[in-house]
Ligand binder design. Structure first.
Ligand code: 5CA
Ligand code: ZN
Length: 411
């Protein structure tokens, strides 16, 4: 599938430090040490509605990782999927009476435009579930050869018990797994399953739903196997970081990692990184609850996308936080002040702010600390924090490049 256009990324005077990131499976910060290009898989959207601020926060978070790696001197092989066939998409298409493919194409296109406006670097491979069906069936075949697949009626299930490491990513107790599995698309109570937590990898053809030929009969892919198959094909059997929002820890990342590991014997990802959930009106922003603020709506009301991005960057990516309109207006004001500092050309020395911002981002993507360092430079440059050294005649160019390369803020 086509991704979106690549913005210019300026280079910085010197490389940034190695990047550390929080790993959900160990609860620790891990220094990433990519061999060759850094390999990143971030779960993409299910395109049945427009991109909301919660989605944007998650993709901006992993964009910081992509940028921090590049600043540290790595090439990055970034892969993202589009879940362009799945239950929620088909249900929405039926409900609103439009063709499911047209709905998926429309919302994917809007997502591309939103990502472009927010200066999120595009993935090298942007891959749909539908176009990946041959990869999915090949992976199911490998799992079947490993004895990890069985049938319930005509549907195929993956045995979670086939992976001795099952549960090591989410580290949830079984009771909790069963509850969360039921809430997030799973079917713990279906009769005929060997383990309530086993997940579907191939849903047999159903009346009125799309289906494709496969060695196991007509049907369509399950959700978790989609990401396992796409990641393995486009990044290799193992890769550096698997990313997504924290609502994907279980079952999605646990299941796709298990499927990946049983097929190859190798670790799926080295690190599992998760962004916190953005709330609005007191509850997690979600399509099913309907408490949404859409990026495209804000853009249509002439909000500067860089202000949206700055409002997101003011929160650490692992935090759960609540979006407010006021925070967006504050970001608009802040950008105006930053732009006036940059328009002076010279100002406070740039070198310390470059070190502070690249160090903060390499330290588990600490954007709030990076933003505070920029603010301190702006205050010193504008003289709003009292007398300051303003001797760096070329400071603005360096800080402008820093903002663009590290934080994705083109001012
Ligand atoms: N297609 C699957 C992943 S393979 C999916 O979860 N799609 S999604 O459209 O529902 O979500 C896309 C991404 O946005 C996921 O990483 C999800 O964790 C993240 N996300 C969804 N809601 C929020 C929210 N309120 N705050 C932060 N991130 C969110
Ligand atoms: Zn996924």
């Amino acid at each position: 599938m086509r991704a979106w256009s690549v913005p210019d990324v300026p280079s910085l005077p010197e490389p940034g430090p190695p990047v550390r990131i929080h790993d959900t499976s160990t609860g620790t910060l891990v220094e990433t040490s990519p061999e060759g290009p850094a390999r990143l898989y971030v779960c993409g959207i299910t395109p049945y509605d427009a991109t909301h601020i919660g989605h944007a926060a998650t993709y901006v978070a992993f964009d910081l990782l992509n940028r921090a790696w590049r600043v540290a001197g790595h090439d990055v092989n970034y892969v993202q999927n589009v879940t362009d066939v799945d239950d929620p998409l088909l249900e929405r298409a039926t409900k609103v009476g439009i063709d499911w493919q047209a709905l998926a194409e429309r919302e994917t296109e809007l997502f591309r435009q939103d990502m472009e406006a927010l200066r999120v670097l595009p993935p090298m491979s942007y891959v749909g579930a539908v176009e990946s069906i041959p990869l999915v069936t090949a992976l199911i075949q490998r799992l079947d050869d490993a004895g990890a697949i069985y049938r319930v009626d005509d549907d195929l299930y993956y045995s979670v018990g086939a992976d001795p490491r099952f549960g090591e990513i989410s580290r949830m107790e079984r009771d909790e797994m069963c509850l969360v599995f039921a809430e997030r698309g799973g079917d713990p109570d279906r009769e005929g399953k060997r383990d309530p937590l086993d997940c579907v990898v191939w849903t047999a053809e159903r009346e009125g739903e799309p289906s494709w030929d496969s060695p196991f009969g007509r049907g369509r892919p399950g959700w978790h196997i989609e990401c396992a198959a796409i990641a393995k094909e486009h990044l290799g059997e193992s890769f550096d970081v698997q990313g997504g929002g924290s609502d994907l820890v279980f079952p999605h990342h646990e299941m796709s990692a298990g499927e990946g590991q049983v097929a190859s014997g190798a670790d799926f990802a080295r690190v599992y990184a998760h962004a916190g959930m953005v709330a609005y009106d007191g509850e997690k922003m979600s399509k099913s609850r309907g408490n949404l603020v859409f990026v495209s709506q804000l853009r249509n009301s002439d909000i500067d996308p860089m202000a949206i991005r700055l409002a997101l960057l003011r929160h650490h990516y692992r935090e759960n936080w609540e979006w407010t309109d006021q925070a967006l207006f504050d970001a608009v004001d802040t950008l105006q002040q930053w732009r006036s500092a940059l328009s002076l050309g010279g100002g406070a020395p740039a070198a310390p702010v470059v070190s502070a911002v690249t160090a903060a981002l390499a330290d588990d993507l600490d954007a709030p600390v990076a933003v505070a360092a920029v603010q301190a430079w702006v205050d010193a440059t504008l003289g709003t924090s009292g007398p300051a050294d303003k001797s760096d005649a070329a400071a603005a160019d360096v800080v402008r490049d820093l903002l663009d390369a590290s934080l994705g803020l083109a001012l």
